[in-house]
Unconditional design. Sequence first.
Length: 298
Amino acid sequence: MAKIKTSRIAKFVRPYRVTEGKKFRLQDWDPADTAGLKEEKKRAREILAAGAQMLADLQDRLYAQDRWSILLVFQAMDAAGKDGTIKHVMSGVNPQGCQVFSFKAPSAEDLDHDFLWRTTKCVPERGRIGIFNRSYYEEVLVVRVHPEFLAHQKLPPKLVGKRIWEERYESIADFEKHMARNGTVILKFFLNVSRREQKKRFMERLDMPTRTGSSPRPTRRSGSTGRTTWRPTRTRFARRRSRGLRGTSSPPTTNGSRASSSPARSSRPWTASTSTIPPWTTPRRRNSRAARKLLLSE
């Protein structure tokens, strides 16, 4: 297997890094962008295989050194392919040193703690890799779109003011700075999918019970099929508070190819990237006729 050069990885990473949130506009990014690999599927598979081998080698060093830890944060609209991305990119990683956490509806215990509690207890140990499939950023996305979810969090009324979302952004930024200062490298990825492609994938899932993923109907942790979720998504990039932290992050490209990056010393800026990988497939129940009608009416 041919080795993949770090310079080649940087070539794929550089165009997709979001380093200045205030200038970022999601609509300026083409979800169909393939980083030049669309017509080179064979080459893309080679890069994926070489990247997986590189990740395996770096994981061995990470575990042996026992000083740093890696946290991968994946955020995306529904059906963007988070599960498929995690499956393909981390295919060569030793599962004993890697844990994946998916955050859906909070439990009663979660609601009795602050909004960062359930993610904080899942951060990786030194020498290990942790993956968040959705994360604490849901608390400034879905919860912001659906105020009834905020009411369930049992906050004292006087603390639910006009600045609550700004305060949560500050809390998230402080949390990430704290983790970075204590040896956790945070790599954040946003998988971009167009509304047309999102609808297409939902329609495919209606007729294929072996396909899994987000339901077309909004749920507690997934209301991201509606237009109202795009504005908080843009705000998250614009109000990113970690611009004083150094580092790079690497986006997934398409056709099964992924770029990887070596650990640096601090929290990472967001990466806006394309996603055309189909979701990880497991058995699921067929959606109802009403769900199909909902999609067709959009």
